[in-house]
Design a protein around this ligand. Sequence first.
Ligand SMILES: Cc1cc2nc3c(=O)[nH]c(=O)nc-3n(C[C@H](O)[C@H](O)[C@H](O)COP(=O)(O)OP(=O)(O)OC[C@H]3O[C@@H](n4cnc5c(N)ncnc54)[C@H](O)[C@@H]3O)c2cc1C
Ligand code: FES
Length: 283
Amino acid sequence: MTAASRITPFMPERAVIRSIIPMAQDNTLFQFTVDSEALANCLPGQFVQLWVPGVGESPISVCSGRKGGNLELLVRKVGRVTSALFQMQEGDWVGIRGPYGFGFPMDDFKGKDVCLIAGGLGVAPIRSVFQYILEKREEFGRVIIVYGMRHSNDLLFRPEFKLLLRRRDLEVFIAAEELTGPELPPVSVQLGRVTDLINMSHVGPSFETAVCGPPVMYKYVVDELKKKGVPESKIWLSLERHMKCGIGKCGHCFIGGALTCKAGPVFNLTALKMLPEVVECCQ
Ligand SMILES: Cc1cc2nc3c(=O)[nH]c(=O)nc-3n(C[C@H](O)[C@H](O)[C@H](O)COP(=O)(O)OP(=O)(O)OC[C@H]3O[C@@H](n4cnc5c(N)ncnc54)[C@H](O)[C@@H]3O)c2cc1C
Ligand code: FES
């Protein structure tokens, strides 16, 4: 099936698994060859629906941010669909539809200082943001990347972060709550939490901030950003909710009056505060 033959937004496009790159623990990076321009040019923060034939579909964040490059998805093996994907080989095909949702407002970020904050698997969409920025580095101001995780062994994209840490045009902070394993990672990982890193960084009122991580992290990150003087209008949070259709039809992702798949998954904090019963981070 080609992109041209797609007749409804529900229809997945055939995507061939070009390479499979195991990462830390149960996380693997899948690179796909896709025909459609839309899938090759997803925007940072958007998601796609990944369909494993005979098994089902799951929403997965776009993890690549280079224009026209391979579509890359970082997948954690947790259940039926992801386990079936992990059984597949290079050269096999899956169905992918999308991209869907509002991602991070990259056009608004241009010309501004930007701070990217990732917790755990949240580094997947945040990677799409920094790849996008690094392609047009001169169009952005100061760039800070903050990445926290539970164990240092969970560090994802290790070789990529090693290179990022060497760049003079980025400030990169990485911390783990536990430094474990016989070998420390070959990049400098400090002992601590994401919030310690934010505190240590020079993020301030001029920064647009993009945040993605486990829900429990958001309240503390937002508090810390506010302490640093970042206004709510410059705090952008990616939310994860149970999703089925991905296109605003099934209602599974309903959250406080909005459908996350249509209105999000990236929300500005000021907009989130308008939604009743939403997030602890807003209180
Ligand atoms: C917008 C969005 C982006 C996502 N991006 C990624 C990504 O980049 N990489 C990745 O590995 N996963 C991502 N996920 C999560 C992924 O969609 C779920 O883990 C999915 O359920 C896996 O499918 P499965 O059939 O393997 O697991 P299932 O068999 O469906 O479920 C396994 C377990 O996860 C629980 N679960 C399922 N979905 C969610 C959810 N959204 N929130 C909390 N618990 C859930 C189920 O209740 C069950 O306990 C994303 C989800 C959303 C909504
Ligand atoms: S996932 Fe169906 S309405 Fe959002």
